[in-house]
Structure formats: C-alpha cells, structure tokens
Design a binder for this molecule. Structure first.
Ligand code: ARG
Length: 457
C-alpha cells in the first residue's frame, strides 16, 4: 500500500516495479527503525504526541525489529521502499496510533538519515578490515627485513631493496586510506533528521535530542542541503575506489611475482584454483578477481557522479539511485580487503629466488658511481664512467664485482680495492640508512611508526 495512496490513482504494476526501491533498500531496516525510535521518543518527550501513544509505537517498532532479525517477519517486497514497509506494518498492527509516526518527518529526511547511519556502520567495518590488513603487512615486513630483492622502476631492475621495504610501501597506501576513511566518517557524522521534506516543520521538534539518541556529533546545518546532500556517499565511493586501486596494484605484482619467470612468491592453495584441463596449473584467481573488481568500484563512483550532476535543489527521485552503487562498492571493498589479508597471511616467500634475482641487472651500478663520488669525482662524471663500465660488463656478460681491478683502472685510475666491498649488495642496503629507506634500521623505524600511527586510530 502506498503511503500516498489515499488521493492518487496509483501506479500500474510495471511502473510500480520501476519506481520501488525495496528490493535493495530492505537492508536498511535496522537503520530505519532506529531512526523511527529516536524520532518517536523525541515527539513524545516534547509533547507532539502523547507519552501513551509514543509507548505503543515504540514497543511495536521494537517487536518489528526483533521479528525481522529473527527471521519471523518477512519484508514485503511488494511495498515501495523500506520506509513504507515499516510504517505500514506498524499501522497494521497498532491501528490509528501508528499513523502518528510520520508527524514532523518526511521520507526525504528519513532516507537521508538511514543512509548516513548505514554509512557510519559500514565505515567501521571497512576500517577494521583495513587495520587487519595493515597489521598483516607489519607482520610480514618484520619477518623480511633481510629478504633482499630487486627494486624496480619501469619494471626494470633498478636498485636493491628488501621485501620488508617493498611491502611497507603498501602499508603506507592503506594507512592513507584509513585516514581518508576517518575524515569522511567525521564529516558525515551529522544528523539530517528533522529537515523533513526540505524546510523542516512547523512543529517544535528537538533535533538535538534525536542527534543525541542516534549518536551523531551534531545536527546538519541546513535542511535543504540535508535532504539533497550525497557528497558523503561520493566520498565513500572515491575512498573505496582508491583502496581498490591499491589492492589491484598489489595483486598485479603478486600475480607476476608468482609466475614461473619470477618465482619470487607462491600463493597458498587456499587462494589458488586449478584448471579444468591443465593438471599442472595453480591459478591466482583471488588476486585476479580483486584486480578485476576494482573496475566495478570505479563504475559505482561514476554512476553516482553522473546521477547527481544536474539535480536541482532539493530532493529528487534520482537520489534513490545512490544506494545500489554504494552497497555494491562497500561489499566489494570489504570482501577484497579480507581476501587480501588471507593471501598475505599464507604467502610463501622464496627468499633464495629473490636474492639470486637481485644479483642480476646491475642493481649496484649507482653504488659504484657513489663510490667514485666519495673518491672525489663529481657525480655526473662518475655516472658516465659507470655507464661505460656497465656497457662493457653487459657485452662480456659479467657482473660489476667480476671485473678485475686492472680493468677498472683502465676506466679510471681512481678505482681501488675497496670498491668491491662498497658494491656488495648487503652494503648497498646498509648504506641506505636514510629515513624512509631500505636499511634494516630505517625499516625498523618504519614498522614502529606505522604501529604507532594505527594504535592512535
Ligand atoms: N525510496 C526513496 C529513496 O530511496 C525514499 C524517498 C522517497 N521520497 C520521495 N519524496 N519520493 O530515495
């Protein structure tokens, strides 16, 4: 039954199907009832409805909530939306008293409220998953401070690093995601209830009271903005998209690090699948799925951007299209974070293979140039000498440490025996004990700082 059915003709079945949102907004039943409970408590406190009426409504709303939760009451999907369902169910049960619930309220502030309550709830669970993932990264880094691996730029061997330093770079990304999530949470933590359709109400409601009951920081400032604002949904969709970008980049790397060409890591069988025809295959499906699912999150973000563009003040039915992208994005991010934590927890790290790989590709060429700088040459000159040495070594298929001192001296007299010690991979790492760098001490500081940052959250 439509809430507006008393004086309008009503929609034909197909149009009703097109119009309704209950198929997806049914998940907001708890938020909707919490909002109604707060609203009715306030109405009876300030004397807009009697205490007795208030009690009848509150008791029955609590029954409805319990019954839905316990699976005793099924949400009627023929209704227009979750708000209509709860209100109709209440009135069916308590009669005319139920009809008082919508005094000084509109579905416009009601749906704005429900979505904010939902946003607060899901941000808390995404926050937990982000924290779990960061903890796992910290754990992994702690175990791999000495796991030497090549660092890449342009996918080419660049300079030496460790797996700890590498994986902590993702720790920073997820930490930034966490701080963004918290900022969004703090910004959306305002109560729109009482804005009603757009210009509040002639009744003497107390918005501060419902704000307190519902646990918001404060009431929203402007009722027209309150019923039309979906900025916080966009923020969540953006934050989620960026989390997925970070996850997707990590997945991409883990996928090729696990290929036979690299063999740096192995996915646990818990996170791999087999092929239906090739018995030897172990495919990194979970990582590929996370990478793939980033696409739908970007789609969700752009869906809502496009929905909102050009909507005049204040509420427009277009806004009903805010929910499906949000629900989809939240589910995708939540699940992907959980799976990624599992992948990292069970990851096999082939230290041997990474170490061998770090000896290829002249990772210590910059160190050789630095050696010459320490001997007094200007860097650009040192760089050019080492460039020639690298060309020579490539041609002869030699590593820098394999070239004799006599040969070095042909390139430049300044070379001495000490160069060999200086360009050892271990020393190349040790010498990069700069804040933020890969040396063990510097990585330990990064781990401790990250622990400190997240403990403050
Ligand atoms: N189902 C609607 C939504 O999600 C609820 C608000 C309806 N308000 C209205 N004036 N038609 O946006």
């Amino acid at each position: 039954m439509y809430l507006w059915g008393s004086h309008l003709e009503g929609l034909e079945e197909f149009t009703h199907e097109f119009n309704k949102s209950i198929d997806f907004d049914k998940i907001l039943y708890e938020e909707d009832i919490s909002g109604s409970l707060a609203h009715v408590k306030m109405l009876s406190q300030v004397g807009i409805i009697t205490k007795d009426d208030g009690k009848i409504i509150l008791d029955e709303l609590k029954n409805i909530l319990k019954e839905i939760k316990d699976g005793e009451l099924e949400i009627n999907l023929k209704e227009e939306d979750i708000h209509s369902f709860i209100e109709n169910e209440l009135t069916n049960r308590v009669g005319d008293v139920g009809k008082k619930i919508h005094t000084a309220r509109s579905r416009n502030d009601q749906c704005a409220l429900d979505l904010r309550l939902y946003a607060k709830k899901v941000l808390k669970s995404i926050k937990e998953e982000l924290l779990n993932l960061i903890q796992e990264i910290i754990e992994l880094a702690g175990k791999n401070k000495d796991t030497i691996m090549p660092g890449f730029t342009h996918m080419q061997h660049a300079q030496v690093t460790t797996f700890a330093h590498y994986i902590l770079s993702y720790g920073q990304m997820f930490y930034r995601d966490l701080t963004r999530l918290i900022e969004t949470y703090n910004r959306l933590d305002e109560n729109p209830l009482g804005s009603c359709a757009l210009v509040t109400t002639s009744f003497n409601i107390d918005r501060f009271m419902t704000t307190d009951i519902l646990g918001f920081k404060k009431p929203t400032e402007n009722s027209m903005d309150s019923v039309s604002d979906r900025d916080y949904v966009l923020e969540i969709l953006f934050n989620n998209s960026l989390i997925m970008t970070h996850l997707s980049r990590l997945c991409e790397e883990l996928i090729y690090f696990s290929s036979s060409e690299y063999s740096y890591i192995k996915f646990s069988e818990k996170f791999s699948t087999g092929s239906s025809i090739m018995p030897q295959k172990k495919n990194p499906d979970m990582a590929e799925l996370i990478r793939g699912k980033s696409g739908r999150c970007y789609g969700d973000l752009f869906t809502l951007f496009t929905v909102l563009k050009g909507t005049p003040q204040t509420y427009n039915k277009d806004f009903q299209e805010d929910k499906e992208p949000l629900f989809d994005s939240v589910k995708t991010v939540f699940n992907s974070l959980k799976i990624m934590k599992g992948i990292l927890e069970t990851l096999y790290i082939n230290k041997e293979k990474m170490r061998i790989s770090a000896e290829e590709g002249f990772l210590n060429a910059t160190d050789l140039a630095d050696y010459l700088v320490l001997k007094g040459l200007p860097f650009r000159e040192a760089y050019s000498i080492v460039g020639q040495i690298v060309n020579f070594s490539s041609e002869k298929n030699l590593k820098l440490e394999d070239i004799s001192l006599e040969k070095y001296k042909i390139f430049n007299e300044i070379f001495e025996e000490g160069l060999y010690e200086f360009i050892k991979i271990e020393n190349s790492l040790k010498n990069r004990n700069v804040y933020g760098g890969p040396a063990k001490e510097a990585v330990t500081i990064q781990i401790n700082n990250l622990k400190k940052f997240i403990s403050k959250i």
